[in-house]
Design a protein around this ligand. Structure first.
Ligand SMILES: [Zn+2]
Length: 343
């Protein structure tokens, strides 16, 4: 099969479009013919290499897959050959206490397709049967692949971690990012008032189209001051963070009394300062979130199939141009997802 294979970590030139053997499947695995694979910031981290994380090389990246089942293992009973599927990115052990409790994103063996196991930047990918999720028939391959990782992440942040309530006020940082685009729609679905930030007028207009009630240009405005203006000096109940060092202090200052900040990433850096007086006197909650459960992804895809959530795709590249797609994602000019299409 054709695949994007990296032999070493580095810049986008380490991504090579080459011939390699089709993955062999075990008894409870499925081989999926990939039709589209969306990129995430995780792909950039995996390509560059993460300190303390050993990624087996050579490696095929890619976490977000839509495609058709091509082969099934001897024990597989819930999917058939030819069936269209979206794949849950999270691969887990399936038998630890967290997995049995349905909190599989807390499995100690948790990894993503394309992270510590080969992923979907290829014509075929192997995954466990339980990762196959029913396909939303109202979407084409590219849009279906744009759903799993970011919608699941945003859902887990808002619904599970922050326990968002109707009528609350939510600030979504970087509304044009994949997680941001999903979080705006999910927060509106739960009846929240949504304020979104972005770095250009064009992106702010798109955030409004997605449902944001108010927008803040974070390139020209002070986020915390604008939030105070927009909320009658109160601050927001829930804040969706994934930017990190560049926004952290202003994010904490944007919270209301009892506000909850949920973070799922740190694209601008890991270091953060915190004035502990703010934390206790304002009774804040700082919540970490990572991916979500397979059951949550099923719920999300059911709502996608009903047309309640619409994945936004910014640009599609053919698989062989993965390097150019990585460079485009690194520039941060996109609104929504960058997706690889696999012919
Ligand atoms: Zn487990």
């Amino acid at each position: 099969m054709k695949a994007i294979v990296m032999q070493e970590h580095g810049d986008s030139s380490v991504l090579h479009y080459v011939d390699c053997p089709e993955p062999a499947i075990g008894a409870s695995d499925v081989l999926v013919r990939v039709r589209a694979c969306a990129l995430n910031h995780l792909d950039l981290w995996v390509r560059r290499g993460l300190p303390g994380v050993a990624i087996p090389l050579p490696h095929i990246p890619g976490s977000d897959v839509a495609g058709e089942v091509a082969k099934i293992g001897a024990d597989v009973s819930t999917v058939r050959v030819g069936q269209k599927v979206v794949l849950a990115p999270g691969v887990t052990c399936g038998h630890c206490p967290a997995c049995i409790a349905g909190k599989d994103n807390r499995c100690r063996e948790f990894t993503n397709l394309g992270y510590k196991v080969d992923g979907g930047c290829a014509e075929y990918v192997r995954c466990p049967e339980v990762n196959c999720i029913p396909y939303p028939e109202n979407l084409d391959w590219v849009h279906a692949a744009a759903v799993p990782l970011v919608f699941l992440t945003a859902w887990h942040m808002l619904v599970n971690r922050a326990e968002l309530q109707p009528g609350e006020e939510v600030l979504v940082l970087a509304g044009g990012s994949g997680v941001g685009m999903a979080a705006i729609q999910i927060a509106k679905f739960f009846g929240a008032r949504v304020i979104a930030t972005a770095g250009s007028e064009e992106k702010l207009a798109k955030a409004r189209q997605l449902g944001a009630d108010e927008v803040i240009n974070h390139a020209t405005m002070e986020i915390d001051k604008e939030v105070r203006k927009l909320t009658g000096n109160r601050g927001v109940d829930v804040l969706i963070e994934h930017v990190g060092t560049a926004t952290w202090e202003k994010s904490v200052k944007s919270l209301s009394l009892g506000g909850r900040l949920v973070t799922c990433g740190a694209t601008t850096g890991y270091d953060a300062k915190l004035d502990l007086r703010f934390l206790f006197s304002r009774q804040l909650s700082l919540l970490g979130s990572y991916m979500g459960t397979k059951d949550e992804l099923r719920t999300v895809l059911k709502l996608v199939a009903q047309g309640r959530f619409k994945p936004v795709v910014d640009k599609v590249f053919p698989l062989q141009e993965s390097g150019a797609a990585h460079e485009y994602l690194e520039q941060g000019k996109q609104f929504g997802k960058v997706v690889l299409s696999v012919a």
